[in-house]
Design a protein around this ligand. Structure first.
Ligand code: COA
Length: 121
C-alpha cells in the first residue's frame, strides 16, 4: 500500500441485508464514501469533504457472508480537490470466487477549520 492507494476489507454482515437478501446498496455507498474519505484525508494530510460522486453502477449483488474488498486510488490531484476511484469486489469464501460489484469516482475537497476550501500541499 502507498499514499495513493487504500484498501478496506470486511465481511458482509446480516445487518447489511436489503429486502432481497443481498447487501443494501446504501451500505455499499457508505463504504465507498468512507474509503474515499480516509484516502483523501491521508493523502492531503488535511480534513476533506465529499464534493461529488460520479457514475455509481451496481454490477452484481454482494451476498451476506462474502468478504468485501473496497479499493480506493487517487487518480488526480487538483489545487484543492482530489479525484478518487473506488472499486468494490466481493469474494464467496467457500467457492473462492471474487467478482467486481461496483465502481465509481468521487471528488473530495480539502477544507480548513472554518469549512472553507484549502490548497492541498
Ligand atoms: C467543498 C466546498 C467547501 C467547496 O467550496 P466551493 O466554493 O464550492 O469550491 P469550488 O467551486 O471553488 O471548487 C473547489 C474544488 O472542487 C472542484 N469541484 C467543484 N465542483 C465540482 C464538481 N461538481 N465536480 C467535481 N469537482 C468539483 C473544483 O474544480 C475545485 O477543484 P481544484 O481546486 O482542485 O481545481 C463546498 O462546496 C462545501 O462545503 N460543500 C459541501 C460538502 C459536504 O457537505 N459534503 C458532504 C458531507 S462530507
Amino acid at each position: 500500500m502507498n499514499d495513493k492507494n487504500l484498501e478496506m476489507s470486511f465481511l458482509a454482515q446480516p445487518n447489511h441485508v436489503n429486502y432481497h437478501g443481498s447487501v443494501h446498496g446504501g451500505s455499499v455507498m457508505k463504504w465507498i464514501d468512507e474509503a474515499g474519505y480516509a484516502l483523501a484525508v491521508r493523502y492531503a494530510q488535511n480534513n476533506c469533504v465529499t464534493k461529488m460522486v460520479n457514475g455509481i453502477e451496481f454490477l452484481a449483488p454482494i451476498h451476506i457472508g462474502d468478504l468485501i474488498y473496497i479499493q480506493a486510488k487517487v487518480v488526480h490531484q487538483g489545487t484543492t480537490s482530489l479525484r478518487i476511484e473506488v472499486d468494490v469486489a466481493s469474494e464467496n469464501l467457500i467457492e473462492k470466487k471474487r467478482k467486481k460489484n461496483c465502481t465509481c469516482e468521487l471528488t473530495f475537497v480539502a477544507i480548513d477549520a472554518e469549512g472553507n476550501k484549502t490548497t492541498i500541499k
